[in-house]
Design a protein around this ligand. Structure first.
Ligand code: DX5
Ligand code: ZN
Length: 220
């Protein structure tokens, strides 16, 4: 049986009540915590860094899926491993030596993820897909929660799925941005394995129920 994963993005959590929101996710049907680190250089926004990740790691009981929207991610790979990251995702657009970066992430005992901006073609992954554990397709431009889903993402998922199958790889496809109950099933049908949802979860009246709704839609 397939198990499609749901990863609530803490970017949309209430930081004044972070422990409460983390415990909600711990006790929900969610699979991963999605954690967005932004540096104000790679993206036009600054979110949070190491001290907050340390606090999250103290309370979270599920996989920490860390999405680095920063330049020079190589500089911090060991730091993020020490902070308890399980999946560490870097942006293709921020890595000059992506193969080296991916190997360094794995050498630190983490799963290696590579994120692609909406404009970046799937083909750039052709020669590295077998080394990558997770490909994160941005379905909005990175930097902010609450943006509108870009419809071309479906086409990219199908193309990526084809590449993964052609190369006999076991890479997971993760979708980030504008995910909600209306597109969850369509994304899975196109080939997605992990759905990230920030504002749809945390802005809802009953976030744990919303997570359950996404989990059910993803696994119909
Ligand atoms: C955006 C982040 C996303 C964001 C998604 O740059 O990478 O993870 O939190 O938020 P929503 O689900 O609100 O689009
Ligand atoms: Zn993200």
């Amino acid at each position: 049986m397939s198990n499609k994963l749901i990863a609530p993005s803490l970017l949309a959590a209430d930081f004044g009540n972070l422990q409460r929101d983390i415990e909600m996710v711990n006790n929900s049907e969610a699979d991963w915590f999605h954690i967005d680190v932004m540096d104000g250089v790679f993206v036009p926004n600054i979110s949070f860094g190491m001290p907050v990740l340390k606090a999250i790691n103290k309370h979270a009981t599920k996989t920490l899926d860390v999405h680095l929207m920063i330049v020079n991610p190589d500089k911090y790979i060991k730091t993020f491993a020490d902070l308890g990251s399980h999946v560490l995702t870097v942006h293709y657009e921020a890595c000059t030596h992506l193969h080296r970066t991916v190997q360094s992430i794995k050498a630190e005992g983490m799963k290696a993820g590579v994120a692609l901006n909406p404009h970046t073609n799937i083909n750039v992954l052709e020669d590295i897909i077998n080394d990558v554990d997770v490909v994160l397709l941005m379905s909005v431009n990175p930097g902010f929660g609450g943006q509108t889903f870009i419809e071309n993402t479906y086409h990219k998922i199908k193309k990526l799925k084809q590449l993964i199958n052609d190369k006999n790889a076991s890479t997971l496809i993760e979708i980030d941005g504008g995910v909600n109950a209306n597109n969850a099933q369509l994304l899975i049908a196109a080939g997605a394995d992990v759905l990230i949802a920030g504002s749809f979860v945390f802005n809802s009246e009953f976030p744990a129920k919303t997570i359950l709704e996404l989990k059910e839609k993803a696994n119909l």
